[in-house]
Design a protein around this ligand. Structure first.
Ligand code: ATP
Ligand code: MG
Length: 270
């Protein structure tokens, strides 16, 4: 259990998917930055990149060619254990993605429990406090499989008119999973990213997403991630935001968000 005064340690591995099928809302940034912040607090963290764009894998400098990737674990051969695909990089531990995962949708359809089986094996190792999953921008079997394997879902949203569309589908998907494969799946909260309080859209987003969160039986995080040029700049240099610009507005906001996540987790007793 998290204790602000001691090195982070949890009793059980918690798996968190960062999900929103809408593209470009800040999923990868949130997954990578949250993993970095949890690690800096002393938690053992594994990042899993399920997106065929391989953004998180690139930032971690993971080897994709000639190494086992998530593709090998969940699609290619049944013989590859998830633990064999973990790469220990300077940024942290990661199971990298592979552009071959582009074709995962059709192949995985018949077996949405496979990902969970593999993740459960990692959980059993007891090494990690948190497994963070960066998901792909499509409501397909790969995202479904990641959610089946997760305890929590965090939904990053950007203040845009079209942002609410799609959230309903994601909510319906989580409900279907709760009824069928994973009753413990929980939408932990909605996180506003790329926030600019100087725009009307930014301000109205707060109200819009607050209402959406209530309808979804979840919360809107009071921490908001402000827009900052440091985010794309860090990405261009294949660095985590925390490494690149720890004092930047977005970094400060992500640190406050992770503290909020941990506080709520503690309050909920899990
Ligand atoms: N707080 C922010 N301030 C400024 N730019 C941001 C911020 N968060 C994300 N971005 C930029 O927005 C783009 C999309 O971010 P990111 O890759 O994290 O989104 P995503 O949801 O993972 O995208 P995809 O759906 O393609 O996987 C990137 O260019 C990133 O640098
Ligand atoms: Mg992404």
């Amino acid at each position: 259990m998290y204790d602000a005064t001691t090195k982070g340690v949890k009793m059980k591995t918690k798996t968190i998917s960062i999900a929103n099928q809408k593209g470009g809302v800040g999923k990868s940034t949130t997954a990578i930055t949250m993993a970095a912040i949890l690690k800096s607090k002393g938690f053992n963290v594994l990042l899993i990149d399920t997106d065929a764009q391989c953004n998180a894998s690139r930032v971690y400098g993971a080897q994709i060619e000639d190494e086992a990737t998530l593709f090998d674990v969940i699609l290619a051969k049944n013989t590859i254990k998830a633990v064999e695909a973990i790469q220990e990089t300077q940024k942290g531990d990661i199971i990298p993605s592979d552009s071959l995962l582009r074709n995962a949708d059709v192949t995985l359809k018949g077996d949405v429990l496979k990902f969970k089986t593999k993740i459960d094996a990692i959980k059993k190792m007891g090494k990690y406090d948190y497994i963070i999953i960066d998901t792909n921008p499509a409501l397909n079997s790969l995202l479904y499989s990641a959610l089946v394997a997760s305890d929590d879902v965090i939904i990053p949203v950007e203040p845009a008119k079209s942002s609410i569309e799609g959230l309903v589908q994601l909510k319906e998907t989580t409900e279907a999973i709760q009824e069928n494969e994973n009753k413990d799946l929980k939408i932990a909260g909605i996180l506003i990213t790329k926030f600019n309080e100087r725009t009307r859209l930014g301000i109205s987003a707060r109200d819009t997403f607050k209402i959406a969160a209530e309808q979804f039986d979840t919360i809107l995080y009071s921490s908001e991630i402000r827009r900052s040029q440091k985010v794309p700049d860090a990405e261009a240099d294949d660095m985590t935001l925390i490494e690149y610009a720890e004092g930047s507005t977005s970094s400060v906001d992500y640190i406050s968000f992770v503290d909020e996540y941990l506080t709520r987790e503690k309050e909920n007793g899990n």
